[in-house]
Design a protein around this ligand. Sequence first.
Ligand SMILES: C[S@@+](CC[C@H](N)C(=O)[O-])C[C@H]1O[C@@H](n2cnc3c(N)ncnc32)[C@H](O)[C@@H]1O
Ligand code: SF4
Length: 297
Amino acid sequence: MIDRCCISVTEKCNLRCKYCHFATAGRRSRDVTKDEIASIVSSIRLYVSSHGTEFKVGIVGGGEPLIRFDMLQFIVEQLETDSRIKMYTISNGVDVDDAKLRFVWEHRNSLDYCISIDGGELLHDSNRIDVAGRGTFSKVMETVQKYEELFGHKPSVNCTVTPQLLAEKEQTIGFFADNGFKKVTFSKLFDSDDKILTGEFDALLKEASGHLEIRQLRKKKSYDCTQYGALCGVGRTNIYYASGLVYPCARFAGMSDYCIGSATDSLESIEANLKRIIPCEDGLCYYDQCFTKGAVQ
Ligand SMILES: C[S@@+](CC[C@H](N)C(=O)[O-])C[C@H]1O[C@@H](n2cnc3c(N)ncnc32)[C@H](O)[C@@H]1O
Ligand code: SF4
């Protein structure tokens, strides 16, 4: 049963992060259209009401979702009427004006707004740069401050784990804890020459859990993505919409051999295609299995 999807609302971005897998893999394609978004939203509503299931929608993808705030707004307003559907977005936190933040606040019961911060200023700015090559830390922290003024607490954070971060593990955990961040998801760098070993990543999570609430260490067994520390949902529970097409996860975006449907298909029909994929064992990544140890499809 599908219980989670990500919708890429734009492939465009206002930043040029050095490790960005969408940019480095050359997979940026056309943007999804408003009509396609309307179809996706209506398929999700139908599926949730006919199966009576809970459903998570990530408004994320190949670029910066807040660049297409109109799309994000439309999705939230259409889906929030069903309390079984919960949404989140991950944003780079740059160019977020007051009106956007106010919308996020007004819809806080159905939408979680998460900001990408890679730790303290030097570490963050070593990778997360704008089109002119300037670090973005100070702009992101301005957004964090505005968020905190509205919500009374810090936003949740997505922090990408690079070898530099592992070398500064204690300082990075200290940065988040000392500045009052509570919910941090560490995501393992992928599609990069720099490899992050599972043992080192797990040690980071363990150490961080003494100071922060780490999403991956929740007791409940969940399938979403091994790069975020949980289990791979490919072939089981997850799908990814990009450029009007559907893929098993974001890493397959743009790969026609792995396309499992389109924005106009019902979720039942996408599910039938998804079931043809043999999921990998718990703990493994389906994409890595395909491209580093031979296809398992
Ligand atoms: C693809 S971005 C989209 C949202 C937005 N543009 C942002 O950066 O927050 C979602 C998350 O993926 C992370 N990410 C990008 N490239 C990555 C890579 N090669 N390995 C692991 N995570 C990566 C980003 O740091 C961000 O936290
Ligand atoms: S802000 Fe997000 S999508 Fe844009 S370059 Fe950075 S990681 Fe990639």
